[in-house]
Design a protein around this ligand. Sequence first.
Ligand code: ADP
Ligand code: MG
Length: 623
Amino acid sequence: MIETTFSVEANSDQATPKLIRELPQELVSQIAAGEVVERPASVVRELLDNALDSGATHIVVRLGSGGVRLIAVEDDGHGIARDQLAMALRRHATSKIASLSDLERVSTMGFRGEALAAIDSIAELEVLSRPAAQDTAFALHGRSGEIVPAARARGTTVLVKELFFSTPARRKFLKSDATELAHCVGAVRRHALARPDVEFAVWSDGRLLERWRTASLGQRVADVLGSDFVAQTVLVNHATATLRVRGYAGTPQAARARADHQFMYVNGRFVRDKVLSHAARSAYTDVLHGARQPAYVLFVEIDPARVDVNVHPTKIEVRFRDGREVHQAVLHAVENSLAAPRSASAMSETEAGHEPNSSRSASRNEDVGSNLRWQPMALPLGPHRVAEIEALWGVAGSHGDAAARARGLQSDPMSGPDLASSSHAGDGTTWPLGRALGQLRGIYILAENASGLIIVDMHAAHERIVYERLKRQLDEQAMVSQPLLVPASFAATEQELACAQTHAVTIQLLGLDVAPLSHGTLAVRAVPAALASGDPVALARDLLGELAQHECSGVVQRAQHELLSTMACHAAVRANRRLTLEEMNGLLRQMEATPRSDQCNHGRPTWRQVSVRELDAWFMRGR
Ligand code: ADP
Ligand code: MG
């Protein structure tokens, strides 16, 4: 629906250029004023915008001395007619908008009619162009205003020499050629990510630096940012009534120390926008801790009338008519994509003969229509299986309590002692996370799946499972509380007593019942059922300690997930606890069915795959 109302692709069928006209004065006054050219990369950006607006499918960028000496951008677009060349260099002359209503729904990259004029004033500019209708090209020299015939196929070449030659003060602010070159290549990279349908080549001092051939989006992202990047991303594809968000979101493991892999686009235009970057960052709060920066390439497509691109002279900032709507859409789009555990998709990939962690290749990720959104039903877990597993690990599941385990298993007469080898699972290796083989050091579960060996950090994984369950119960206001047969009492500090009173409502909401017993003593009468097997006093004290740090209840509301995370840590299976194979398999199956289970609550990975191919390499087999 959105696609039909507007398109972010340049009009490639516009074989003939539109007339370039000076904007009327009242429109000029509406255009965000300011400097467009700070450094060579700004020139590259403006010239690429122009080439894309002309419907080009091949663009070549040539740089000399990092762009300071020379920037040449060649395209095969619709060109500029001879008698329009001079007009193209005029200030506020453009072929892209003609009225205020055009300005309100800009669908081209440029619209201000200022770039060529600005470049002309600070460098030696030459524009060489040939539209399809002309049988020869003409070149306009900016300085002299002279127009001479030239040789060229259809399209335009813009040559910019000696940037800031007449303003040495500004030239002094430029960094080394290598730095300016890196910025220029960065500018091409940003355009190339958004337009995989266009071929880009970058030359520097006669050397070919990059060539990105026409490709699918996934392939282009892999070409520009590396196939490692794509291998560590999940597909994002999310549409609301008014906009669409698609692209690739890096997994928490792919997070970086710097925010250098964050590419955000609005209608094909690279932007830096607080609303958008905040939304993307927020999507990672639950899986990425600390100062790590997520990596992503995200495209927001929205009706141009709902976004103002005329905020900043370089058009790098935008203003949304409804920022909240966009924030929510981006947040949900990324959050949903990250929530699906990769283990759930590991199986289909291994079936196709791919290694889950190494070859989520661009082409496989290509189909943005195949949403990886969290879908429990897509997993091979029958409802009674879930019940069994819940019984092993879940609500009734006092871990290691043989009686509770037996009760759980009784609920399904079909189940045998080995969960994984019964009914659905064949030999168990068809499960995404495989069939448990045993335990290592009381810390890791080793399992075998179709591609090889799976190693699971059992505490980290279980903590996430419990945390997600608690979150769900809290969201549904269905936190299951379980009264203790014998209340557990403890001598409380003044602070704990005060806190139990102040935060009574929150504590209750979280499934606990903590009340004063006698002077200086608190009693825990109930705990969340999911945590029933833990130490109720330790849980209560931890919770009170954390609540004490959050003064007002508003903060407490917002800190609820943190509180749940603390609680989950209490419940999670401790290291050095011996598990039976069926308990291990139960844990693996729950991981497959739990959102965000690829990371523990602190953002660390919960499982790793070692493929048979890697094992073979270790032992030099098959060479
Ligand atoms: P704007 O892009 O905002 O219109 P510019 O100063 O960048 O302003 O360009 C002025 C005009 O020159 C454009 O509107 C367009 O008609 C024409 N033009 C510039 N570069 C090209 C190009 N590479 N191919 C075709 N036409 C171009
Ligand atoms: Mg322009």
